[in-house]
Design a protein around this ligand. Structure first.
Ligand code: APR
Length: 170
């Protein structure tokens, strides 16, 4: 089941929330800032111990004060025009998070719109990749059985709804 949710990802009742982090895993603004504020200082310490994460990959931590089981920190690409591997790197973020969720027996996971804020990825193109990767995963596998696209504004939520409908009609 795929859901589109409008609101703050730190308030969702799921097993895992995904963070749109940076390569240093040292916190930042946007959804990263919101997650660190809600989780508390233990999260920054756990991230520092991991040391960093390459673009397109994922690292997991406990969730500290956020009532989910784990936080997956993935690093989306900075949009530089689209010819520097951005689509493949963004797809890799979703694939790696879903593969890790599968290995960790996660039943529900929520994604923010990775790279669509500070990293400037054109939302329509990012949403197309996000939906495609999630649908492809669910075509092969039934877990995680609940996948949530968590959007911070209605315009982004509408893009996901349209893309999900378009994918089903293909
Ligand atoms: N819940 C859900 N979504 C949120 C939240 C929140 N609390 N806060 C922001 N967002 C949305 C933004 O509106 C945007 O659509 O998350 C999307 C991703 O935006 P960013 O957080 O800016 O992430 P990204 O573009 O991947 O940039 C990552 O930002 O703060 C830094 O450390 C982070 O350097 C990294 C960069």
């Amino acid at each position: 089941m795929i859901e589109v949710h409008l609101g703050d990802i730190t308030r969702l009742q799921v097993d895992v929330i995904v963070n749109a982090a940076n390569q240093h895993l040292q916190g930042g603004g946007g959804v990263d800032g919101a997650i660190h504020r809600a989780a508390g200082p233990g999260l920054l310490e756990a991230c520092r111990k991991i040391g960093g994460c390459p673009v397109g990959e994922v690292r997991a931590t406990p969730a500290f004060s956020i009532p989910v089981k784990r936080i997956y920190h993935t690093v989306g690409p900075v949009w530089r025009g689209g010819n520097l591997g951005e689509p493949e790197l963004l797809a890799s973020c979703y694939r790696q998070c879903l593969a890790l969720a599968r290995r960790e027996n996660v039943h529900s996971i929520a994604f923010p719109a990775i790279s669509c804020g500070v990293y400037d990825y054109p939302p329509e193109q990012a949403v197309e990749i996000a939906v495609e990767q999630v649908q492809q995963h669910l075509d092969r596998d039934c877990e995680p059985q609940r996948i949530v696209f968590c959007c911070f504004d209605e315009a982004m939520a509408e893009l996901y709804r349209q893309q999900l409908e378009a994918y089903v009609r293909r």
